[in-house]
Design a protein around this ligand. Structure first.
Ligand code: NAD
Ligand code: UFG
Length: 339
C-alpha cells in the first residue's frame, strides 16, 4: 500500500512540485489547500504530469473541523506542511494575519497528529532565520538572528514550537527544511510559480519583464561588498527542493521516536543578481531591460547554504544548474503567456 502523505498548501508553488516528486517516489499525496494564494490550474497541471488527479481537499488547514475530517477520512502516514502566507512586505502591515495562519495552522496540525497518532512531519522553514550570516556558507548551526519581518518571525517561532513538542516526548519525528531561494518550474512547464500582483522576488520579476508584463527590472543596489556590487543568494531549482522533501520523509520513517532535525536546502553556490540577469539573458536569448536602483531596505547582502549536512544525512544533491532553473522559469512564463 502506498503511504498517504498530507500536503498542506499542495496547490502552491513548492507544494505542487513536491506532489509530483512524491508520486514519482511511490507515495500517495493528499492535498489540502484553500487556494488563498494559489489557483486550481495548479492541480490540472500536476495531474497532467502524474497522469491522474490526486485527492484534493479544498479547506483551511487552520480550521479544526477540516483537519479532523481529513485525519478521520484518510489514513495519513506523514505530513508536509507548506501552507502559510509568505509575503514579507504584507506581513509588516498585517502581522496578525501571518501569526494566525502560519503559527495557528502548525499548532492545530501538531495537536491533530497527537490525537490521530501521526508522527512524521516535514516543515517549510527558510534561510531568512539566519539573517545576514557572519560566516559563509551558512550551516545549520549558524546562529539565528532577530527576524526582519513578522513573516520571518513566524518561521522562527514555528521552529521553536517544533523543538518544544519534540522535547515533550510525544513520539513525533520532525524535520525542518530551511529553504534558500527556490526558483524555476517543472521542466514540462505544466506547473510553476504564480506570483500574486507585482512579484517581490527576483526571478518572476525577470521573466515578467522579459515577456513584457513589466517595463523594467530594477536591481536593488550595486554598491555592496560583493563580486559585482549586487546581492548574493543561493538559487535552488524547485524540483531539487521537492526531491529533498521526499528524501526527508523517507529518512524520518527510519528514525526513532522524538526526533527533530534541521537541514538547509540550497545548492551551496551563491550568485549575484547581475549573474542571474546575465544567465537569464543567455538561456532565454532575451535582452532584459534593467536599471540599477537604490538598495532595498532590509536586504541581506550575501547568503548561501552549506549543503554538507543534507548531503551527508539524506544523500541529497542538487541535480539542476542555475541555467536549468532560469530556462525552466522562462519556459513557464512563455506557457503562461498562452493562457
Ligand atoms: P505558495 O503561496 O505558492 O503556497 C502556499 C499554499 O498554501 C497556497 O496554495 C495557499 O493557497 C495555501 N494555504 C495558505 N494558507 C492556507 C490555509 N490556512 N489552509 C489551506 N491552504 C493554505 O507558497 P510557496 O512558495 O509554495 O511556499 C510554501 C512554503 O514554503 C511556505 O510555508 C513558505 O513560507 C515556505 N518558503 C517559501 C519560500 C519561497 O521563496 N517560495 C522560501 C522559504 C520558505
Ligand atoms: N531583487 C532585485 N530586484 C527585484 C527583486 C529582487 O534586485 O525586483 C534582488 C534583491 O535585492 C535580492 C535578490 O534579488 O538581492 C533576491 O531577492 P528575492 O526577493 O527574490 O529573495 P530574498 O532572498 O530577498 O527573499 C526571499 C523571500 C523571503 C525568504 C527568503 C529566503 O522573499 O521571504 O527568500 O527564503 F525568506
Amino acid at each position: 500500500m502506498k503511504q498517504k502523505i498530507l500536503i498542506t498548501g499542495g496547490a502552491g508553488y513548492i507544494g505542487s512540485h513536491t506532489a509530483v516528486a512524491l508520486v514519482h517516489a511511490g507515495f500517495e499525496p493528499i492535498i489540502l489547500d484553500n487556494f488563498c494564494t494559489s489557483e486550481k490550474s495548479a492541480i490540472t497541471g500536476l495531474s497532467k504530469i502524474i497522469g491522474f488527479t490526486p485527492i484534493v481537499i479544498e479547506g483551511d488547514c487552520n480550521d479544526p473541523q477540516v483537519i479532523e475530517s481529513v485525519f478521520t477520512n484518510h489514513e495519513i502516514q506523514g505530513i508536509i506542511h507548506f501552507a502559510a502566507f509568505k509575503a514579507v512586505g504584507e506581513s509588516t502591515k498585517l502581522p496578525l494575519k501571518y501569526y494566525h495562519n502560519n503559527i495557528g495552522s502548525l499548532v492545530l496540525l501538531l495537536q491533530s497528529m497527537e490525537k490521530f497518532g501521526v508522527k512524521n512531519l516535514v516543515f517549510s522553514s527558510s534561510c531568512t532565520v539566519y539573517g545576514e550570516p557572519k560566516i559563509l556558507p551558512a550551516t545549520e548551526d549558524t546562529p539565528r538572528q532577530d527576524a526582519e519581518s513578522p513573516y520571518g518571525n513566524t518561521k522562527k517561532i514555528c521552529e521553536d514550537i517544533l523543538v518544544d513538542v519534540t522535547k515533550s516526548q510525544k513520539g513525533n519525528k520532525i524535520i525542518s527544511l530551511r529553504y534558500f531561494n527556490p526558483i524555476g518550474a517543472h521542466p514540462s512547464s505544466e506547473i510553476g510559480e504564480l506570483p500574486i500582483g507585482v512579484p517581490a522576488n527576483l526571478v518572476p520579476f525577470i521573466t515578467q519583464t522579459a515577456i513584457g508584463k513589466r517595463e523594467r527590472l530594477t536591481i536593488f543596489g550595486d554598491d555592496y561588498d560583493t563580486l559585482d556590487g549586487t546581492c548574493v543568494r543561493d538559487y535552488i531549482h524547485v524540483m531539487d527542493l521537492a526531491d529533498a522533501h521526499v528524501k526527508a520523509l523517507s529518512y524520518l520513517a527510519k528514525q526513532e521516536d522524538n526526533f527533530f532535525d534541521i537541514l538547509n536546502v540550497g545548492t551551496g553556490n551563491g550568485n549575484t543578481v547581475l549573474e542571474v540577469v546575465k544567465t537569464f539573458e543567455k538561456v532565454s536569448g532575451q535582452n532584459l531591460n534593467y536599471q540599477i536602483g537604490p538598495r532595498r531596505p532590509g536586504d541581506v547582502v550575501k547568503t548561501w547554504a552549506s549543503t554538507e549536512k543534507i548531503t551527508r544525512v539524506l544523500g541529497w544533491k542538487p541535480q539542476f544548474t542555475l541555467e536549468d532553473s532560469l530556462r525552466d522559469a522562462w519556459n513557464w512564463e512563455l506557457k503562461l503567456a498562452k493562457r
